[in-house]
Design a protein. Structure first.
Length: 334
């Protein structure tokens, strides 16, 4: 009960703080003319401030500091490192928003952040339970972490989509944590969900501000950390089910582009949700469908331990496939 009350109060405060901070950041970005101008790959039609993720972090980081003091034995060391990594990633990503930094520099910063975070895990906290040598376990986990934060960035292409996904994963982690042995994760995950939800007020179509790399990269980094802790606590199906849509859309799109001989690191408009937008679906229509699918995934993640082995993952794959097919096949006529 203590975990729930603490998490709910903290989420309410951090959500309100995020709403205020995002508004302030949006005004500052406009005054400085830090705008994302439409181009041939854009899904927006008017110049829009980019960098609203700074407001999200301004509210999330104090909330996570409070979580560290509330659970010093379980969270404090990791959260201090996480917050430093989030600040560093946001800073270098904001610079990239401003002047397009070299890809190798961004990747180096991401690898450093992931390495620092992994170094704080207990030596026996292994993703593959000893099936591979510990060093290889860390390397594979680190590569997965880098991929996840980049795919979260890749997927941030239309109004509302990343706010919906971050809020859904955060809420899902909080619910699963409350029902398992990691109730201390409720505070960090629910406050992240609240911040993402508050940001949605500004980012819902037509968006008044975009996350920018300064927001999407740190959010992807933070979400993977929460999912990793769920996995290490034994909630493995939930850790795979909750991000299923983003994982599927980004990974399938990557392989399809690779098979076509395209440069997979270059910007494009071939994600499933982008194809839906190109075929006439509104940003709000797409975001609502993703939100509905994410709510179903949350139910499956929470109920997975009560289902036969792997049933939750199979059902999640079916839900995700239905969403992808719907996004790929919709045709909206004027």
């Amino acid at each position: 009960m203590r975990d729930i009350l603490f998490a709910v109060v903290l989420a309410a405060i951090s959500g309100f703080g995020c709403y205020v901070a995002t508004g302030a950041v949006t005004g500052w970005l406009r005054r400085r003319s830090l705008l994302d101008h439409p181009n041939e790959r854009s899904s927006h039609v008017v110049p829009t401030p980019r960098g609203g993720g700074l407001g999200v972090l301004a509210a999330l980081l104090p909330a996570w500091i409070i979580c560290g003091f509330a659970y010093p034995d379980r969270l404090m060391p990791s959260l201090i490192a996480m917050m430093l990594c989030l600040i560093g990633l946001s800073a270098i990503s904001f610079l990239d928003d401003l002047r397009s930094l070299p890809a190798w520099l961004r990747l180096l910063a991401q690898i450093m952040a992931v390495t620092i975070a992994l170094s704080l895990l207990p030596a026996d906290a292994l993703v593959f339970d000893g099936a591979v040598p510990p060093l290889l376990d860390r390397v594979i986990t680190g590569l997965g972490w880098v991929w996840f934060l980049n795919l979260f960035n890749f997927m941030d292409g239309i109004d509302g989509i990343s706010g919906v996904e971050a809020a859904s994963i955060g809420l899902g982690v909080a619910l699963v944590a409350e029902l398992s042995a990691v109730g201390f994760l409720m505070g960090p995950s629910l406050s992240l969900a609240a911040c993402a939800g508050a940001f949605l007020i500004w980012n819902w179509h037509p968006a008044k501000v975009f996350l920018g790399d300064a927001g999407s990269v740190p959010l992807g980094f933070a979400l993977f950390w929460l999912l990793l802790l769920l996995w290490l606590a034994g909630d493995r199906q939930a850790a795979l089910i909750l991000p299923a849509y983003y994982l599927a859309d980004a990974t399938i799109t990557l392989f399809r582009r690779g098979l076509r001989g395209e440069k997979i690191w270059q910007a494009h408009r071939s994600h499933f949700y982008q194809r839906a937008a190109q075929n006439g679906a509104s940003h709000a229509w797409i975001a609502r469908r993703i939100l509905f699918a994410d709510m179903v995934l949350i139910v499956l993640a929470v109920g997975a331990p009560s289902l036969p082995a792997f049933t939750g993952i199979i059902l999640a794959a079916i839900v995700t496939s239905i969403l992808l097919i719907r996004l790929a096949t919709i045709r909206v006529t004027a």
